[in-house]
Design a protein around this ligand. Structure first.
Ligand code: CAA
Length: 376
């Protein structure tokens, strides 16, 4: 960690401890998201870390960003996810948007005054994202959107949405990407999902019924929407990996502390070799994940974004988070299964990290496709 990263994560850790941690257990129970917490993160300058300063971002590196996400995730996976999805939206607008789009939409997102959301999935188009059916029919001055998006993180609380919709024929080449604001006529929200974890991060259905979106809201050109989505996801997947690292680190911290304090058979349970092997493996998995995430972040900072490394980082770090958090519950035993300790919450929050931004099976598909190209 360099000096900037140390300073950033130290002050952020204090904010998370004082302003987020006290709410997490009750808000997890009630499924309550607090905008003031997100805006507080914005005041810390961490809701637009990698964006250029001219659009209100901090102008820092992707490596700085993954340290920040890891730190937030140690307290709250859902708030880290809200930051990461909103940041992915910013990255997409910054990379594929024109100057007018950047000036119009980025400042409110980078400052944390508003949240961004990414709408690709549909009920029948999850892993096979190129099969999406939401249509965008060309009309005078723009496009008419019709269809329903599913499982959208920050649905309802976000104001700016990147929506992938079909302007052409079947498959990925018929997809275009649009920027849609939440108050656009014809755009409403469907059911809020009841979930195992991520309870403080709302997940909603988005419904488009004759929703007119002007041509100026299209990103790049017609038919480029799938590439826009995949490009955004490459980087988003590294961010999800960083959140997995934070989740594992917290589970490890809780486990080691507990194992040192808890006595059974007249000794600290830490001193049983069976527990030592588990804790050592948990530490190893956490550190390997961090290294993988950093390697992928480095490729992004060097402007050589490597999809294979991005998928590897997401896959490794989120599978590890599931294993490490499950083992943490085991180390704490009966009390680990109760909400007296946060490890059961982290275990529930870890599960969906293996599913979002491409299931871990899809990450293996991406890795294998790269291997095939490299070896053929
Ligand atoms: N960057 C840019 N373009 C890319 C790309 C990348 N990483 N990967 C593929 N593309 C382009 C290809 O070059 C190709 O374009 P051309 O035809 O112009 O050459 C086009 O996309 C189609 O590529 P494929 O033939 O490889 O597409 P496919 O249909 O076989 O699908 C896939 C590939 C990897 C399986 C993809 O569908 C996928 O990633 N699926 C998972 C979907 C996903 O991740 N959903 C996440 C939802 S969002 C979310 O979870 C956020 C949240 O709420 C937390």
């Amino acid at each position: 960690m360099n000096d900037i990263q140390k300073e950033l994560t130290t002050s952020l850790a204090k904010f998370c401890k004082e302003s987020i941690e006290p709410h997490m257990e009750a808000d997890d129970h009630d499924g309550k998201f607090r905008m003031e917490i997100f805006q507080g993160l914005g005041d810390y300058g961490v809701t637009g870390i990698t964006l250029p300063e001219e659009y209100g971002g901090a102008g820092l590196s992707y490596m700085d960003y993954v340290y920040v996400l890891e730190e937030i995730a140690k307290t709250s996976v859902p708030y880290a996810v809200t930051v990461s999805v909103s940041s992915m939206v910013q990255t997409i607008i910054n990379e594929y948007g024109n100057k007018a789009q950047k000036e119009k939409y980025l400042p409110a997102l980078t400052s944390g005054q508003e949240i961004g959301a990414f709408a690709l999935s549909e009920s029948h188009a999850g892993s096979d994202a190129g099969a999406l059916k939401t249509s965008a029919r060309k009309v005078d001055g723009g496009y008419m959107l019709n269809g329903t998006k599913m499982w959208i993180t920050s649905g309802g609380i976000a104001k700016t949405y990147i929506v992938m919709a079909r302007t052409g024929g079947e498959g990925s080449k018929g997809v275009s990407a649009f920027i849609v604001r939440d108050d656009t006529p014809g755009f409403t929200f469907g059911k809020a999902e009841k979930k195992m974890g991520w309870k403080t991060s709302p997940t909603r259905e988005l419904i488009f019924e004759n929703c007119f979106v002007p041509t100026e809201n299209m990103l790049l050109d017609e038919g480029k929407g799938f590439n826009v989505a995949m490009g955004g996801l490459d980087r988003g997947r590294v961010a999800i990996g960083a959140i997995g690292v934070g989740c594992s680190q917290r589970a490890l911290d809780e486990s080691v502390r507990y194992a040192l304090e808890r006595h059974q058979f007249k000794q600290a349970i830490f001193d049983f070799q069976g527990l030592q092997f588990m804790l050592a493996d948990m530490a190893l998995e956490t550190e390997c994940s961090r290294l993988m995430v950093h390697k992928a972040a480095e490729s992004i900072d060097q402007k050589k974004t490597n999809s294979k490394l991005c998928s590897m980082a997401k896959l490794k770090a989120t599978d590890a988070a599931m294993k490490v958090t499950t083992d943490a519950v085991q180390v704490l035993g009966g009390v680990g299964y109760t909400s007296e300790f946060p490890v059961e919450r982290f275990m529930r929050d870890a599960k969906v990290l293996q599913i979002v931004e491409g299931t871990n099976q899809i990450q293996r598909v991406v890795i294998a496709r790269h291997l095939k190209k490299e070896y053929e």
